[in-house]
Design a protein around this ligand. Structure first.
Ligand SMILES: Cc1cc2nc3c(=O)[nH]c(=O)nc-3n(C[C@H](O)[C@H](O)[C@H](O)COP(=O)(O)O)c2cc1C
Length: 308
Protein backbone atom coordinates (compact mmCIF):
# COMPACT_ATOMS: atom_id res chain seq x y z
CA UNK A 1 0.00 0.00 0.00
CA UNK A 2 1.27 3.47 -0.87
CA UNK A 3 0.27 6.37 1.32
CA UNK A 4 -0.06 10.10 0.60
CA UNK A 5 3.46 11.52 0.56
CA UNK A 6 4.36 14.97 1.81
CA UNK A 7 7.36 17.02 2.85
CA UNK A 8 8.44 18.95 5.91
CA UNK A 9 11.18 21.36 4.93
CA UNK A 10 14.22 19.23 4.15
CA UNK A 11 12.48 15.96 4.93
CA UNK A 12 10.48 13.91 2.41
CA UNK A 13 7.71 11.92 4.07
CA UNK A 14 6.43 8.75 2.40
CA UNK A 15 3.21 9.29 4.36
CA UNK A 16 1.74 12.59 5.55
CA UNK A 17 0.77 10.97 8.87
CA UNK A 18 3.15 10.80 11.85
CA UNK A 19 2.84 10.26 15.60
CA UNK A 20 2.95 12.99 18.24
CA UNK A 21 5.85 13.13 20.68
CA UNK A 22 5.24 11.27 23.95
CA UNK A 23 2.23 9.32 22.76
CA UNK A 24 3.69 6.42 20.85
CA UNK A 25 6.26 3.89 22.08
CA UNK A 26 8.18 1.53 19.80
CA UNK A 27 6.26 -1.37 21.36
CA UNK A 28 3.21 -0.27 19.34
CA UNK A 29 4.96 -1.62 16.24
CA UNK A 30 4.88 -5.10 17.80
CA UNK A 31 1.07 -5.18 18.09
CA UNK A 32 -0.70 -7.58 15.72
CA UNK A 33 -4.28 -7.68 14.43
CA UNK A 34 -6.52 -10.78 14.59
CA UNK A 35 -4.94 -12.12 11.37
CA UNK A 36 -1.44 -11.79 12.88
CA UNK A 37 -0.53 -8.85 10.67
CA UNK A 38 1.16 -5.74 12.17
CA UNK A 39 -1.56 -3.44 13.49
CA UNK A 40 0.52 -0.47 12.47
CA UNK A 41 2.89 -1.07 9.53
CA UNK A 42 5.77 1.39 9.99
CA UNK A 43 5.52 2.53 6.39
CA UNK A 44 2.09 4.02 7.12
CA UNK A 45 3.97 6.70 9.07
CA UNK A 46 6.02 9.40 7.40
CA UNK A 47 8.29 9.66 10.42
CA UNK A 48 8.64 8.60 14.04
CA UNK A 49 8.85 11.40 16.62
CA UNK A 50 10.49 10.43 19.91
CA UNK A 51 9.40 11.40 23.41
CA UNK A 52 11.03 14.71 24.36
CA UNK A 53 14.45 14.26 25.92
CA UNK A 54 16.15 16.75 28.23
CA UNK A 55 19.81 17.24 29.11
CA UNK A 56 19.54 15.61 32.52
CA UNK A 57 17.41 12.49 33.11
CA UNK A 58 13.96 13.21 34.55
CA UNK A 59 11.97 10.81 36.74
CA UNK A 60 8.73 12.61 35.85
CA UNK A 61 5.94 13.71 38.16
CA UNK A 62 4.32 11.53 40.82
CA UNK A 63 1.05 9.68 40.02
CA UNK A 64 -1.70 10.32 39.19
CA UNK A 65 -0.38 11.94 36.05
CA UNK A 66 -3.01 10.93 33.52
CA UNK A 67 -6.71 11.64 33.75
CA UNK A 68 -9.39 11.08 31.14
CA UNK A 69 -11.93 13.89 30.88
CA UNK A 70 -15.28 14.18 29.07
CA UNK A 71 -13.66 15.14 25.77
CA UNK A 72 -9.95 14.42 26.09
CA UNK A 73 -6.99 13.60 28.25
CA UNK A 74 -5.05 15.48 30.91
CA UNK A 75 -1.42 14.59 31.51
CA UNK A 76 1.37 15.78 33.71
CA UNK A 77 4.04 13.22 32.86
CA UNK A 78 6.74 15.78 33.63
CA UNK A 79 8.93 14.88 30.63
CA UNK A 80 10.08 11.58 32.14
CA UNK A 81 13.11 10.59 30.06
CA UNK A 82 16.61 9.10 30.36
CA UNK A 83 18.45 12.37 29.59
CA UNK A 84 20.70 13.07 26.62
CA UNK A 85 23.47 10.63 27.59
CA UNK A 86 21.05 7.81 28.39
CA UNK A 87 19.17 8.45 25.16
CA UNK A 88 22.31 8.35 23.01
CA UNK A 89 23.71 5.28 24.76
CA UNK A 90 20.60 3.14 25.19
CA UNK A 91 17.60 4.43 23.23
CA UNK A 92 19.14 5.63 20.00
CA UNK A 93 20.69 2.24 19.09
CA UNK A 94 17.27 0.59 19.59
CA UNK A 95 15.55 3.25 17.50
CA UNK A 96 18.18 2.78 14.78
CA UNK A 97 17.69 -0.98 14.81
CA UNK A 98 13.88 -0.82 14.85
CA UNK A 99 12.98 2.03 12.55
CA UNK A 100 13.04 2.04 8.77
CA UNK A 101 11.25 5.40 8.63
CA UNK A 102 12.86 8.78 9.43
CA UNK A 103 13.52 9.46 13.11
CA UNK A 104 12.76 12.91 14.49
CA UNK A 105 14.15 13.51 17.97
CA UNK A 106 12.14 15.81 20.20
CA UNK A 107 14.27 17.65 22.74
CA UNK A 108 14.08 20.43 25.24
CA UNK A 109 16.46 22.44 27.37
CA UNK A 110 16.20 24.72 30.36
CA UNK A 111 18.46 27.37 28.78
CA UNK A 112 19.52 28.33 25.26
CA UNK A 113 23.01 26.97 25.91
CA UNK A 114 21.59 23.66 27.04
CA UNK A 115 19.48 23.36 23.85
CA UNK A 116 22.63 24.12 21.81
CA UNK A 117 24.74 21.60 23.66
CA UNK A 118 22.10 18.93 23.05
CA UNK A 119 21.69 19.53 19.33
CA UNK A 120 25.48 19.68 18.88
CA UNK A 121 25.82 16.26 20.55
CA UNK A 122 23.08 14.72 18.37
CA UNK A 123 23.94 16.33 15.03
CA UNK A 124 26.58 13.73 13.99
CA UNK A 125 24.16 10.78 14.23
CA UNK A 126 23.04 9.81 10.71
CA UNK A 127 20.07 7.87 12.07
CA UNK A 128 18.53 11.16 13.23
CA UNK A 129 16.71 12.78 10.30
CA UNK A 130 15.46 15.82 12.12
CA UNK A 131 14.78 17.56 15.40
CA UNK A 132 11.57 18.75 16.98
CA UNK A 133 12.35 21.59 19.35
CA UNK A 134 9.91 21.54 22.27
CA UNK A 135 9.67 25.16 23.43
CA UNK A 136 6.87 24.59 25.94
CA UNK A 137 9.30 24.13 28.82
CA UNK A 138 10.38 26.72 31.42
CA UNK A 139 13.37 28.94 30.60
CA UNK A 140 15.61 29.36 33.65
CA UNK A 141 17.08 32.54 32.12
CA UNK A 142 13.58 34.14 32.08
CA UNK A 143 12.16 33.28 35.50
CA UNK A 144 10.81 29.99 34.26
CA UNK A 145 8.55 31.51 31.56
CA UNK A 146 8.25 29.02 28.70
CA UNK A 147 10.59 29.61 25.72
CA UNK A 148 7.56 29.42 23.46
CA UNK A 149 5.80 32.34 25.15
CA UNK A 150 8.13 35.07 23.89
CA UNK A 151 8.91 35.68 20.19
CA UNK A 152 12.31 37.23 20.98
CA UNK A 153 13.33 34.19 23.00
CA UNK A 154 12.12 31.85 20.24
CA UNK A 155 14.08 33.86 17.67
CA UNK A 156 17.30 33.78 19.68
CA UNK A 157 17.00 30.08 20.43
CA UNK A 158 16.06 28.95 16.91
CA UNK A 159 18.77 31.13 15.25
CA UNK A 160 21.42 29.41 17.34
CA UNK A 161 20.02 25.93 16.66
CA UNK A 162 19.67 26.57 12.92
CA UNK A 163 23.34 27.53 12.77
CA UNK A 164 24.30 24.16 14.27
CA UNK A 165 22.12 21.68 12.38
CA UNK A 166 21.76 20.71 8.74
CA UNK A 167 18.89 18.38 9.58
CA UNK A 168 15.17 19.13 9.51
CA UNK A 169 14.50 21.67 12.26
CA UNK A 170 10.90 21.61 13.43
CA UNK A 171 9.87 24.11 16.07
CA UNK A 172 6.93 22.82 18.11
CA UNK A 173 4.96 25.80 19.31
CA UNK A 174 3.02 26.12 22.53
CA UNK A 175 -0.69 26.95 22.19
CA UNK A 176 -0.65 28.77 25.54
CA UNK A 177 0.15 32.15 23.99
CA UNK A 178 -1.80 35.28 23.02
CA UNK A 179 -0.59 35.52 19.43
CA UNK A 180 0.49 32.28 17.74
CA UNK A 181 1.26 34.09 14.45
CA UNK A 182 4.01 36.11 16.17
CA UNK A 183 5.60 32.91 17.49
CA UNK A 184 5.36 31.21 14.07
CA UNK A 185 6.99 34.19 12.38
CA UNK A 186 9.78 34.35 14.96
CA UNK A 187 10.61 30.67 14.44
CA UNK A 188 10.45 30.99 10.64
CA UNK A 189 12.62 34.11 10.48
CA UNK A 190 15.17 32.48 12.76
CA UNK A 191 15.62 29.53 10.39
CA UNK A 192 13.14 26.82 11.41
CA UNK A 193 12.50 24.56 8.42
CA UNK A 194 8.99 23.67 9.64
CA UNK A 195 6.58 24.23 12.51
CA UNK A 196 4.63 21.77 14.66
CA UNK A 197 1.52 22.69 16.60
CA UNK A 198 -0.20 22.31 18.93
CA UNK A 199 1.39 21.10 22.11
CA UNK A 200 -1.06 20.57 24.99
CA UNK A 201 -3.25 23.33 26.41
CA UNK A 202 -3.34 24.00 30.14
CA UNK A 203 -6.11 21.97 31.74
CA UNK A 204 -7.41 20.78 35.09
CA UNK A 205 -9.93 18.30 36.49
CA UNK A 206 -11.31 18.21 40.02
CA UNK A 207 -13.36 15.51 41.73
CA UNK A 208 -16.37 17.47 43.01
CA UNK A 209 -17.10 14.77 45.63
CA UNK A 210 -13.77 15.20 47.39
CA UNK A 211 -12.55 18.55 46.09
CA UNK A 212 -9.31 16.80 45.07
CA UNK A 213 -7.48 17.64 41.86
CA UNK A 214 -7.25 14.60 39.58
CA UNK A 215 -3.55 15.14 38.78
CA UNK A 216 -0.82 15.19 41.43
CA UNK A 217 0.44 18.46 39.95
CA UNK A 218 -3.16 19.73 39.88
CA UNK A 219 -2.76 21.41 36.47
CA UNK A 220 -1.57 19.53 33.37
CA UNK A 221 -1.64 19.40 29.59
CA UNK A 222 -4.98 18.91 27.85
CA UNK A 223 -5.15 16.98 24.57
CA UNK A 224 -7.53 14.86 22.52
CA UNK A 225 -10.90 15.47 20.88
CA UNK A 226 -11.78 18.52 22.98
CA UNK A 227 -8.78 20.54 21.78
CA UNK A 228 -9.45 20.09 18.05
CA UNK A 229 -11.30 23.37 17.38
CA UNK A 230 -8.61 25.30 19.28
CA UNK A 231 -5.83 23.48 17.42
CA UNK A 232 -7.50 24.07 14.05
CA UNK A 233 -7.75 27.80 14.73
CA UNK A 234 -4.11 27.99 15.81
CA UNK A 235 -2.89 26.02 12.78
CA UNK A 236 -4.97 28.28 10.55
CA UNK A 237 -3.55 31.45 12.17
CA UNK A 238 0.02 30.16 11.93
CA UNK A 239 -0.50 29.11 8.30
CA UNK A 240 -1.69 32.61 7.41
CA UNK A 241 1.82 33.94 8.09
CA UNK A 242 4.11 30.92 7.70
CA UNK A 243 5.85 30.08 4.44
CA UNK A 244 7.36 26.93 5.95
CA UNK A 245 5.34 23.69 6.26
CA UNK A 246 3.24 22.89 9.31
CA UNK A 247 2.99 19.54 11.07
CA UNK A 248 -0.40 19.75 12.76
CA UNK A 249 -1.77 17.94 15.76
CA UNK A 250 -4.44 18.35 18.38
CA UNK A 251 -7.40 16.00 18.64
CA UNK A 252 -6.89 14.13 15.36
CA UNK A 253 -8.76 10.81 15.68
CA UNK A 254 -10.01 10.22 12.14
CA UNK A 255 -8.93 10.88 8.55
CA UNK A 256 -11.66 13.49 8.33
CA UNK A 257 -10.06 15.33 11.29
CA UNK A 258 -6.73 15.16 9.46
CA UNK A 259 -8.29 16.57 6.30
CA UNK A 260 -9.67 19.54 8.25
CA UNK A 261 -6.14 20.33 9.46
CA UNK A 262 -4.85 20.13 5.89
CA UNK A 263 -7.50 22.66 4.81
CA UNK A 264 -6.41 24.86 7.75
CA UNK A 265 -2.79 24.82 6.54
CA UNK A 266 -1.07 21.57 7.53
CA UNK A 267 1.31 19.76 5.18
CA UNK A 268 1.41 16.73 7.49
CA UNK A 269 -0.42 15.63 10.62
CA UNK A 270 0.50 13.85 13.85
CA UNK A 271 -1.70 11.53 15.88
CA UNK A 272 -1.36 11.74 19.67
CA UNK A 273 -4.09 10.97 22.20
CA UNK A 274 -5.95 8.78 19.66
CA UNK A 275 -3.09 6.26 20.00
CA UNK A 276 -4.16 5.55 23.59
CA UNK A 277 -7.66 4.60 22.41
CA UNK A 278 -6.69 2.80 19.21
CA UNK A 279 -3.02 2.09 18.43
CA UNK A 280 -4.15 1.44 14.85
CA UNK A 281 -5.49 5.00 14.49
CA UNK A 282 -2.53 6.42 12.51
CA UNK A 283 -2.76 3.73 9.82
CA UNK A 284 -6.54 4.13 9.57
CA UNK A 285 -6.03 7.87 9.11
CA UNK A 286 -3.30 7.33 6.51
CA UNK A 287 -5.46 4.83 4.58
CA UNK A 288 -8.53 7.05 4.85
CA UNK A 289 -6.67 10.03 3.39
CA UNK A 290 -5.27 7.87 0.62
CA UNK A 291 -8.69 6.50 -0.32
CA UNK A 292 -10.29 9.95 -0.19
CA UNK A 293 -7.63 11.45 -2.45
CA UNK A 294 -7.85 8.52 -4.86
CA UNK A 295 -11.66 8.61 -5.02
CA UNK A 296 -11.59 12.36 -5.72
CA UNK A 297 -8.48 12.30 -7.93
CA UNK A 298 -6.68 14.93 -5.84
CA UNK A 299 -3.52 15.22 -3.76
CA UNK A 300 -3.43 16.79 -0.33
CA UNK A 301 -0.95 19.38 -1.62
CA UNK A 302 -3.88 20.83 -3.58
CA UNK A 303 -5.88 21.24 -0.37
CA UNK A 304 -3.27 22.70 1.99
CA UNK A 305 -4.54 25.99 3.47
CA UNK A 306 -7.44 25.98 1.00
CA UNK A 307 -10.14 26.52 3.63
CA UNK A 308 -13.00 28.47 2.10
C1 LIG B 1 0.74 11.46 27.56
C2 LIG B 1 1.27 12.55 26.69
C3 LIG B 1 2.64 12.81 26.67
C4 LIG B 1 3.14 13.84 25.86
N1 LIG B 1 4.48 14.06 25.84
C5 LIG B 1 4.98 15.03 25.02
C6 LIG B 1 6.37 15.25 24.93
O1 LIG B 1 7.19 14.57 25.55
N2 LIG B 1 6.81 16.25 24.10
C7 LIG B 1 5.95 17.02 23.36
O2 LIG B 1 6.40 17.89 22.60
N3 LIG B 1 4.62 16.80 23.41
C8 LIG B 1 4.13 15.84 24.22
N4 LIG B 1 2.77 15.61 24.26
C9 LIG B 1 1.89 16.43 23.40
C10 LIG B 1 1.57 15.72 22.09
O3 LIG B 1 2.73 15.45 21.36
C11 LIG B 1 0.60 16.56 21.23
O4 LIG B 1 1.23 17.77 20.88
C12 LIG B 1 -0.70 16.90 21.95
O5 LIG B 1 -1.11 15.82 22.77
C13 LIG B 1 -1.83 17.29 20.99
O6 LIG B 1 -2.17 16.22 20.14
P1 LIG B 1 -3.34 15.15 20.45
O7 LIG B 1 -4.55 15.94 20.87
O8 LIG B 1 -3.53 14.37 19.20
O9 LIG B 1 -2.85 14.31 21.58
C14 LIG B 1 2.26 14.62 25.06
C15 LIG B 1 0.87 14.32 25.08
C16 LIG B 1 0.38 13.31 25.86
C17 LIG B 1 -1.10 13.02 25.85
Amino acid sequence: MRYIESALGRLKLASCVTVASGTFGLEYFRLRDAAGEPLLPQESLGAYVSKTITYEPKAGNPSPRLCETECGLLNSIGLQNPGLKGFLQNDLPVLKETLHIPLIVSFSGSSTDEFCEMITAMEPYQEIAGFEVNVSCPNVEKEGIAFGADPEVIHKLVSRLAAITDKELIVKLSPNVTDIAQMALAAQEAGASSLALINTLWGMAIDWKTGKAMLSKKVGGYSGRGVKPVALALVYKAAQVAKIPILAMGGIHTWQDALEFIYAGASAVAVGTANFIDPGAPVKIAKGLHDYCKANDIHIRDLIAKVK
